[in-house]
Design a protein around this ligand. Structure first.
Ligand SMILES: Cc1cc2nc3c(=O)[nH]c(=O)nc-3n(C[C@H](O)[C@H](O)[C@H](O)COP(=O)(O)OP(=O)(O)OC[C@H]3O[C@@H](n4cnc5c(N)ncnc54)[C@H](O)[C@@H]3O)c2cc1C
Length: 308
């Protein structure tokens, strides 16, 4: 693995836009993914504003560098040789949350749990389902994350994003074309910077009870104590991926350090020292056996970045 060679002024240009403590070189991605797996990114940048995102995109384009976007890294598998070019990671640096009436605005890096708790603290209902999903609000919109009785797309009124030409664009709910674990952002390469949500006034006790119920159910059923990227596969029409995997006898099945969780077969966990290669091999083996047994082709929900 070799870092992409750059024209001399590239770094000077980046330093003019991004503060030194938010510009990391050869940063291990295992520190930035909930799987705790992944080789180094050449350059990891923590943007603080849409203006910075736009400026970085312009510099990257000028130097022909690929740009990868990361939120909390809770739905990604980064391969063992890492990511060439720039990674823009959205975290609390760009995670301001505010509200006016029933409209909540959040920077893309705000944690979904924090947005859910912020809404609850202001008597707003709708986001209770999201309290235990460990992503950023930007990643949640990109994925149209959902659980129990809700999906983030149902509450998104608008999104402000930086598009590949470096320009800021406002997307309405209709523009985003939410589908099952799908949104326009998976197809248009625009980078989500701010999300506007429409919630409803609710009853504090009812909101609190729902959040406690969902948290208890998650703790009982999911291997949240182990590093993972959540559900490995999308729900195939008419089935549950976890049930098919369990019925194929694969609960607890292991390749290297990657294991089909013994608690919930829909999750692949890092049982200790797993490499991305272990996880990929396990994904392929699970797909093969489930297809052989039930004729169902499981599609990964987890997104895969980097070099093998
Ligand atoms: C224990 C556990 C439980 C989970 N439970 C659920 C669940 O119940 N429901 C569910 O839907 N998911 C669940 N997940 C998966 C994951 O948390 C969600 O998909 C989450 O929305 C991903 O957000 P993220 O910020 O971590 O995104 P990342 O994993 O960092 O990125 C995911 C994708 O979004 C893109 N992306 C991220 N931020 C932006 C942005 N600002 N602009 C453009 N693109 C962006 C990335 O490029 C990548 O393709 C779970 C994961 C774990 C580990």
């Amino acid at each position: 693995m070799q870092r992409i060679k750059l024209k001399e002024d590239f770094f000077t240009q980046l330093q003019k836009v991004i503060a030194a403590d938010r510009l990391l070189l050869d940063e291990p991605m295992s520190k930035h993914t909930t799987f705790r797996i992944g080789g180094p990114a050449d350059y990891l940048i923590l943007p603080a504003s849409a203006r910075e995102v736009s400026a970085v995109l312009v510099i990257a384009r000028e130097h022909g560098l690929p740009v990868t976007i990361l939120g909390n890294g809770s739905n990604v598998l980064v391969l063992d040789k890492g990511i060439r070019g720039l990674v823009l990671k959205f975290d609390a640096t760009m995670g301001r949350i505010s509200h006016t009436g029933t409209t909540v605005k959040a920077g893309a890096g705000a944690s979904l749990g924090d947005v859910s708790r912020y809404a609850a603290a202001h008597g707003l209902t709708g986001l209770e389902f999201a309290v235990g999903i460990p992503g950023s609000i930007g990643g949640a919109v990109f994925m149209n994350a959902g659980a129990y009785d809700g999906e983030i797309g149902c509450f998104v009124a608008a999104v402000t994003a930086v598009c590949p030409d470096g320009k800021l664009k406002r997307f309405s709910h209709a523009d985003i074309r939410f589908g099952y674990r799908d949104s326009a952002f998976q197809h248009n390469r625009c980078i989500i910077c701010e999300v506007e949500l429409t919630l409803a006034a609710g009853d504090d006790d009812a909101i609190g009870m729902k959040m406690t119920d969902y948290t208890t159910r998650r703790e009982a059923k999911q291997p949240i104590e182990m590093p993972s990227a959540g559900s490995t596969f999308k729900r195939p029409p008419g089935h549950y991926a976890g049930t098919l995997i369990e019925q194929a006898g694969l609960k607890g099945f292991k390749i290297g350090g990657a294991q089909v969780s013994g608690k919930h077969a829909g999750f692949i966990v890092n049982a200790g020292g797993a490499t991305a290669t272990d996880v990929l091999s396990l994904i392929k083996e699970v797909q093969r056996q489930v297809h052989e047994r039930f004729g169902v082709r499981l599609q990964p929900e987890v997104r895969i970045f980097g070099e093998e």
